[in-house]
Design a protein around this ligand. Structure first.
Ligand code: PRP
Length: 211
């Protein structure tokens, strides 16, 4: 573990917005704005090192301490329950987890419901709370195709603008959970770097108007 603050950022537009907040908190790393394919950027003067990682992998880096902090979606935290601290809600990347089906779908409660999803644990917990029997079909992407091809009855997936559902003649039949991006920290490293991490938490809270 180095003295530098190691930060796992989700690759993509959300990650770039998150970097802006970190910059305002005093952790600038100007080279990160250069358009190239590098994945690691550091600024020793500011004591910070950033890694661009696949959004769904951020929690793995943080849980294992390869990154001290990172930004992960609440969907990933609920699905995989990594052993990390959740320190702040960035109120970015706002979307919801929902159940969707073909327009006009009517559920037959006497039959096992076939559910296609990337979020198997979230789906299982949701239907267990309803006492509904389901058969999970685990997919890795383009989940919306499953009900169209008759592979599943419904999907449990992320809905942001709703465009993907609409353009595939699907609609939400039930909301499951609200989702947004969260700041997470490795439990052991947090103790040694709490001063730096606290600066970031307070910058985030100021930005989003939280107490
Ligand atoms: C997510 C999600 C939906 C889409 C929803 O997919 O799985 O497909 O975004 O967004 P919308 O409501 O704004 O249309 P993602 O781009 O993460 O790709 P995926 O197919 O790998 O899930």
């Amino acid at each position: 573990m180095s003295d530098m603050l190691n930060v796992a950022l989700p690759k993509g537009r959300l990650g770039e917005k998150v970097y802006d907040i970190f910059e305002r908190a005093g952790f600038a790393c100007p080279s990160i704005r250069e358009q190239n394919r590098k994945l690691i950027f550091e600024n020793p003067e500011a004591g910070v090192r950033y890694f661009w990682v696949k959004p769904s992998d951020v929690a793995i880096y943080v849980e294992r301490g390869a990154a001290d902090i990172g930004v992960a979606g609440k969907d990933i935290l609920l699905e995989y329950k990594p052993d990390v601290y959740e320190l702040a809600d960035l109120r970015m990347g706002v979307c919801k987890m929902a159940v969707a089906a073909k327009n006009g779908f009517r559920d037959d409660p006497t039959r096992t419901l076939r559910v296609a999803t990337k979020f198997e644990n979230i789906a299982r917990r949701h239907y267990a709370s309803l006492g509904r029997d389901i058969d999970i079909i685990h997919l890795n992407g383009s989940i919306e195709i499953a009900p169209i091809l008759g592979l599943s009855d419904v999907i449990v997936d992320i809905v942001e603008t709703g465009t993907t559902l609409k353009e595939n003649d699907l609609s939400v039949i039930e909301d499951v959970l609200p989702i947004s991006a969260r700041l997470i920290a490795n439990k052991a490293n947090f103790k040694f770097k709490s001063a730096a991490i606290d600066r970031i938490v307070s910058e985030i809270n100021q930005q989003v108007g939280a107490k």
